[in-house]
Structure formats: C-alpha cells, structure tokens
Design a protein around this ligand. Sequence first.
Ligand SMILES: Nc1ncnc2c1ncn2[C@@H]1O[C@H](COP(=O)(O)OP(=O)(O)OP(=O)(O)O)[C@@H](O)[C@H]1O
Length: 335
Amino acid sequence: MSTTTSVRPDAQRPAAAQPLLDVKDLVVRYGRGRKAAAAPAAVDRVNFSIAPGETVGLVGESGSGKSTIGKAILGLQKVSGGTITYEGQDITSAGASQRRALGSELRAVFQDPNSSLNPRNTVGSSLAEPLRLRGVGAADARQRAEDMLERVGLPRDAVDRYPSQFSGGQRQRISVARALICDPKLVVCDEAVSALDLSTQAQVLNLLADLRDERGLGYLFIAHDIAVVQFLAQRVVVLYRGQVMESGPAAAVTGNPKHPFTQALVAASPVPRPTEQAARREARESLGVRTGAAAVPSPGGCPFRLRCPLATDLCATERPALRQVGGSAVACHYA
Ligand SMILES: Nc1ncnc2c1ncn2[C@@H]1O[C@H](COP(=O)(O)OP(=O)(O)OP(=O)(O)O)[C@@H](O)[C@H]1O
C-alpha cells in the first residue's frame, strides 16, 4: 500500500522509506485471562502503515474495531497479538516512561472535545499543560497557546476563557490546538468531526488538512462516514468485524469499491449519486441559476460536494463564502 492519492494535490508526497507507523497482524481481545482468550477478537490480524505526512482513513460500521485500533496505537488498550511500530521503535507494550517520551509526537483528537478539556481549567491552561509537562516555562507556554489558538481561528484572548464559553465547533478547534501544540508527527483523529454539523465539519476538516500540509503531519483519521474520510485521506482501510476488507488509495476505494462491504458502506453514505447531482444541476441551470463549481473551481473539492443539500450549486449565488486553499479561492456554501 505505497501509492498516495490525495483529493488535495498539494498534499501529495513521495513515500518515505520507513513508515511513521506500522501496524502488523494486530489482534485485540477485550477481557482478561481465560475470558479474553475465549472472546472473539475485536481487532483481528489488522495490517496497515502510515508514511510521514500521510493521512490514512480507517472506516467501518459501528463496532467494527476502529476505535480499538486507535486506542491500541495510543497505548490506551492492551494488545493481544501483533506489533505496533512507531518510527522503527516497537511500542506494542510500551511502558509509562516510553509513552511519556512519545507523548508529544503521538497525539489524539476525539469526538468529544470535553474528553481532552477540563471544564474547570481555562483554555490557556489546558493548552499549556502538555508543554508545561515538557518543561516549557509558564510565559512561553502561554505565548504558544495564544499563537496556536490564533492558528486554529480563535482569538488570542480565548486563553483566559473556559471551554463552556465556546460552541461545539470552537471546542473541537481548541482540542485540535491542544493536540498540535507540541508539534506531533502523528495525530489519531477518532470521529473528530462526527458530532459537528455539516458546516462546522467542513471548517474543522479544512483546518486539519491545512495543518497537515503546513506541518507535514501524519493522521490516522477514523470515521464511520466514508465521504468524510475521502476528503482527508490519501489511503483508506475498510474494516468489518475487526478485519480489513479492503485498502488502497482513497479515490480507488471510494470511487470503485471492490469488496461488497465497501460497496455497501459507500451506498450507505448520505451521498446522492453523481447522476442525481448532475440531474439537479441541469434542473438549476435550466432555471438560469449560476453554479458555484463553474464560478470558482475548487482544487481540493468540497468534502460535501456530493451530498450537500444544495448540491453546492447555489454557493456562489446565495452565500458567496470565499476562502484560500492552496493559493486558490474556493467558494463553498459551508465554508
Ligand atoms: N471496553 C470494552 N469491553 C468489551 N468490549 C468492547 C469494549 N470496547 C469495545 N468493545 C467491543 O469491541 C468491538 C469494537 O468496538 P470499537 O469501539 O472499536 O468499534 P468502532 O468501530 O470504533 O465503533 P463505533 O464507530 O461505534 O465507535 C465491538 O464489538 C465492541 O462491542
């Protein structure tokens, strides 16, 4: 699985010799002792790797083992078999000190931002905490927290406010800022945008893509929605009942799924068929409505272009939101 195909051409990079992360024959069984041995494997001989700067999407229905794999990589779940290697170092059963040493390089963003933000702490102290643990002084940590908040599109004075004073989407931006403040090399995003509405999903996905491209980050992007995974991932791994059903370049897996389960997953995604979208566009054009896509071509493509309730056709006419992506202006109703 060495080919990299991205929906954003600027995210393409040559494959590196040594993977950033290598998961080999991973098995996870829940429970202890004899109970665990008798339990069906939640993750069953899973293999995949992530190159530096690459995004791999892990997709599958509920209960297919996605989060279990994420937790095993983060050291939050004991592994029953196989190996997890990070930059050539075996971290399968890493102890506390090895994990601490890895802490700034391997970070996570979860579905619920409250899981990483203590409601009693100001945003500034939540962001500064991982830096302080690594010996950064208070003034420097505050400065870096303010810089990071600005980078994720929040005001610098957010440092002195509490998580409850922000919307769900803003809290997720704060979680992203907290995950990235230590300059990690790999971020596990576990359903990081699933709880957000479509508009906020698009904003956070764009933010994740921009940060990846700026910093050369690797992502393991876990989601049940293959349309969301397709936006960010260069390669996709499809899981079913703990096993890999199909994997490969994102465009191939989502555009021409080989396995019946992947086909079902694509069909289940709330994406109108391209033919349906074309029919909608024709209908609008016959009414003289200018299409957003024709007005401002998008280099990366909107993640919701196929399932946007407006089929993105009214973007440029109704709410001409413009933003810069890779040097080009992109119009999106949801931007
Ligand atoms: N703590 C646990 N104890 C026992 N079984 C568990 C535990 N956590 C998960 N499982 C089981 O492991 C399997 C995989 O669960 P996992 O949460 O990894 O799936 P998932 O694909 O992330 O699902 P979802 O999309 O709903 O989060 C499921 O059968 C689940 O019931």
